[in-house]
Design a protein around this ligand. Sequence first.
Ligand code: BG6
Ligand code: MG
Length: 218
Amino acid sequence: MIRKGFIFDLDGVIVDTAKYHFLAWKKLANSIGVDFTEVQNERLKGISRVKSLEKILAWGNKEISETQFSQLMALKNEDYLNYIEHMDASEILPDVPRVLNFLKTQNQPIALGSASKNARTILEQVNLKSHFDSIVDGNDVSKAKPDPEVFLIAAQLLNIAPENCIVFEDSVAGVEAANVAKMISIGIGDASILGHADYVFKDFTQISNQFINNLINR
Ligand code: BG6
Ligand code: MG
């Protein structure tokens, strides 16, 4: 039997939490007098919490103390946690369960590869945790996407060579990380933003079981 490693990003791929990250970052940026646009948000997708705040401060030309930095990080997460507190399975993105279940029927190993330190909480809340053979999140890595560390650890845990892994990603940084890891990158979202992915689909409703089968057998 052929086994490939299927690695899923979380935010914006499995659940629509990208909108909550955006709202929380925008509120925080505006509170310190920094503008925050959708275009800037795109550049924060997939990036760790620390790196995100560093970028926002750089865009706004702000310098703050280490203490203030920690306070702002905590504030952002508090705000974000308020958004995700009420999440349930209804916020799983369309056809994600169908693809996860299909992979299971084909005995394919499945991992999560997320930059978020809240990933495990969210997976539990939407009742998907048991679908994953391995979980790698923001607590397990020292280097943020576009560094490939998160996906390489996931491949190692699945015991599958990186070139036999397939990554589903909605972020520019995440697709880059998958490419650097020499994995097949599948962009979920806008082809004009994720043009560096091997394949791009608007969402999982566009990904057929046949396509998945081809990935398994390629
Ligand atoms: C990524 C998101 O998955 O996780 C980013 O795309 C987010 O927007 C990052 O900043 C870190 O998440 P968290 O939950 O640890 O703040
Ligand atoms: Mg994402």
